[in-house]
Ligand binder design. Sequence first.
Ligand code: SAH
Length: 394
Amino acid sequence: MTTIKLKPKRDNPTRHRHPWIFSGAIAEVKGSPQRGETVAVTNDHGELLGFGAWSPESQIRIRMWDFGDCAPIDETFFNRRVQDALAIRSGMTSRFETNALRLINAEADGLPGVTVDIYDTTLVGQFTTAGAETNKHTIVKALMSATGATSFYERSDGDGRLREGLEQMTGRLAGDEPPNKIHIHEREVNFEVDVRLGHKTGFYLDQRENRRIIATYAQGQTVLNTFAFTGGFGIAAQAAGAAHVTHIDISGTALEQAKINASLNVNHEAVTFQKANVFEALRTYRDKAATFDIVVLDPPKFAETRSQTMKALRGYKDINLLGIKLVQQGGLLATFSCSGAIDPQLFRTMVTEAAHDAGRDVRILSELRQAPDHVEALSFPEGFYLKGLLCRVL
Ligand code: SAH
C-alpha cells in the first residue's frame, strides 16, 4: 500500500477526524497510487494517522475512510459503516412517518463521496469521489443486503465527478429496474418521485421537517411557493388546508410533476402553477401590490464555492427583499439557503438587511435546518449546509 507522509504540523485536522487532506499538506508520496486506491497516511514522524482514498485530480487529494491504528478498508469495513448509518437512523421512518429517507450522508457517515437515499424499496446513490467509485460495488452490496431493498439505481451525474476526473454515470446497479415513478409519503402528504430525472437523487428529503413545520401554519392561508420543484412546501401546505397555493418554478418538467403531486392530495382545487423566473415573477407581484399570507423562498445553491459568496449574497438579498414585501402584514416568511459557503450568521445578516430595505419589522419564530436523517458530524462542520428562518413579518 502507498504511504503518504504529511508536512510537519499539518496533521492536526486528521487527528481531529476531519476527513479531508488537501494537496498542500502532503510532503511525500511513497509509491504511485491509482485513482481511488486506499493509501496509508502518516505524520512527518511516520506515525500512522489512518487510511484514505487517493484523488489525484482533486485539490482534496485524500478523503479519510478511518483514523488511527484502524482495521483494513475492506468489505467488513464497508459493511460496518452501512450498519452504523442504519443504526443512527433506526426508528426514523416511523418517527417521521415516511417511506423516504437519506441513509448515507457522505462524510458525516464516514463514507466520503457516498450519498444514498431510499424511496420506498428503491435505493438511489451518488458516488462523487474516486474512492467512492472504486468501492462502489462493495457499498451497493452492503446496502442491498442490510436494507432488503429491491433495486439500487445510480445517479452519479453531478459536477463533482468531473472534478475527480470521473465520467458521469447513471443506471441500475443492483436488483430490478426501479419503477418510473415511486410513490412516497411524508406523514399524510403524498408525492411521486422520478429517480431517473428528478434533481439529486430525485427529491429534496432535506426539507421534510421544514415542510411539516410550515404546513402547521398553513390552514386557511394563501401561500406563495417559490422555487417549487415538484411542489414540496406548497403540496404540504395544500394538504394542511391552505386557502390557495401558487407554485413558481422555471422548469416545466418539475411543474408537471408538481401538478401530479397536487392531484395526489386533498384540497387540490386551490392550486396555481406558474412557469417563470422567480426573480422576475416576484417583481411583477410587487408591482401589482399582491400579498400572500405565507411566502416560501427555497432557491437552489447560489454559491457553489466560497469565491462566489458575494455574488450569491446579492441574489439571496434580492429575493428576500422582494419576498418580504409580498408578505401580508403579520404573515410568514420561510427563507432558506442550501449554500454551505453561506453560514447561518451571514444568512441572518442578509435577511436582516433585506428586512431593513423592505421597511418591515421581522421576528424570528424558528431557526430551520436539514432533516435529522441528513446527519452532521461534529468533526465535519462542512456537512451542515441547509439553513433557514421562519419569520413573522409585521
Ligand atoms: N422547494 C423544493 C426544492 C427547490 S430546488 C422542494 O421542497 O422540493 C430549486 C428549484 O428552483 C428547482 O426546481 C429549479 O428548477 C428552480 N429554479 C432555479 N432557478 C430558478 C429561477 N431563477 N426561477 C425559478 N425557478 C428556479
